[in-house]
Design a protein around this ligand. Structure first.
Ligand SMILES: NC(=O)c1ccc[n+]([C@@H]2O[C@H](COP(=O)([O-])OP(=O)(O)OC[C@H]3O[C@@H](n4cnc5c(N)ncnc54)[C@H](OP(=O)(O)O)[C@@H]3O)[C@@H](O)[C@H]2O)c1
Length: 338
């Protein structure tokens, strides 16, 4: 029930380094406790996972740090074998170094392989709050403020606390405003990617700019928080096409989602606290690829099925969550776009 980490696909990044081609998510979705998640991380290390996607706002970095230490002490791996990613939360965009140092202390990992700007808005909302709650201090995206946050992470790279920079929940119009301003290029971008939400244009933009897409919610996040569920959402793994392809290969549709993701060129970071699931998710990289016809069938499943709408980040005056995603090709309400 384990995979040799050396046999997990490795992805080459724009600075010549490599990272594992699949990882484990650690967001408990308000349903799984920090203990459940950290136990799964320990099991996942034993199973052969080396890439872990953490974040301060997931509220479990200190427990995950404990299990990293346990894994080192038990000789399962060394720090250098792990690829640890974390993210600065929206309320710490002006105190990035402090937040990063807290994360490194909690994760007990000396440095981070990737530090992300989790969201491009500096908008705080209380953890677990209702989707209709609004913070009167929320602001739209600002190029100057985003670059200020980004430059604080560039400094952390200079200081050796962070190896690579990541961006997350971006759009092409936002990227267009900042992509030429980076001193140190980001190596990865996290974005929501699953069969019914493929973000093809953004995906192609990232690839063209040599920024590796990391796909979050790769299974369509069936356990996402209640607040992120609306009636129109489609359950990717329950579509007849995914069921049919899964049946053909004799596996769960989750495995088809992951094989499709890896073959398409994104790095999926599926989450599970169940050993049988997280082991089979990693093992999905060890079996023959999906055939071309099935890849085409899944490409045809695009349904603009965005699950994380981000309502809580809306600023006063914004109309609805569509404003966060710049769907008309310009950044909505940006005070300083060029
Ligand atoms: N950058 C960002 O803003 C951002 C946003 C969201 C998420 N993320 C990251 O992405 C990670 C993954 O997203 P996610 O956890 O929301 O969604 P996901 O990985 O798409 O779905 C996870 C759920 O799928 C089920 N599952 C997992 N493996 C399975 C298998 N082999 N067979 C059947 N069911 C399986 C589990 O549900 P059951 O427990 O019911 O089996 C699990 O709770 C997060 O943990 C987080 O690290 C990042």
């Amino acid at each position: 029930m384990s995979v040799d980490p050396m046999k997990v696909p490795q992805i080459k990044l724009n600075d010549g380094s490599t990272m594992p081609g699949i990882g484990m998510g650690t967001f408990g979705s308000d349903r799984f406790t920090a203990e459940q998640v950290s136990n799964a991380v320990f099991g996942a290390i034993k199973a052969g996972y080396r890439l872990f996607d953490c974040a301060s706002c997931y509220g479990n970095e200190d427990q995950i740090g404990e299990v990293f230490q346990r894994a080192f002490k038990e000789g399962l791996c060394e720090r250098k074998d792990l690829y640890i990613m974390s993210k600065v939360w929206n309320d710490k965009h002006r105190e990035v170094e402090e937040s990063c140092k807290k994360t490194i202390a909690d994760l007990q990992c000396d440095y981070l392989d990737v530090y992300f700007i989790h969201w491009p808005f500096p908008n705080y909302h209380a953890p677990g709050c209702d989707v209709d709650s609004r913070n009167p201090d929320s602001k739209p995206f600002s190029v100057k403020e985003f670059m200020d946050t980004y430059q604080q992470i560039e400094k952390l790279v200079d200081e050796g606390l962070v190896k690579h920079i990541g961006i997350s929940n971006m759009t092409i119009p936002k990227l267009e405003q900042v992509v030429k301003k980076f001193r140190i290029q980001p190596t990865v971008c996290e974005l929501e990617l699953h069969p019914c939400f493929q973000q093809q244009e953004l995906f192609d933009y990232l690839v063209a700019h040599k920024i590796q897409p990391v796909g979050f919610m790769p299974l369509g996040s069936p356990q996402r928080p209640e607040r992120d569920i609306v009636a129109e959402d489609i359950a990717d793994m329950k579509t007849p096409e995914m069921q049919e392809i899964a049946q053909k290969y004799g596996v769960h549709p989750a495995i088809i989602c992951l094989k499709w993701a890896v073959q398409r060129g994104q790095i999926p970071i599926p989450f599970s606290v169940h050993e049988a699931e997280y082991v089979s998710n990693l093992e999905s990289t060890q079996t023959p690829p999906l055939d071309e016809e099935d890849m085409k069938k899944i490409a045809g499943l695009e349904k603009n099925n965005r699950l994380v709408k981000g309502q809580v980040f809306l600023w006063p005056g914004a109309s609805d969550w569509h404003d966060l995603w710049d769907e008309e090709g310009v950044i909505v309400d940006c005070p300083d776009a060029e």
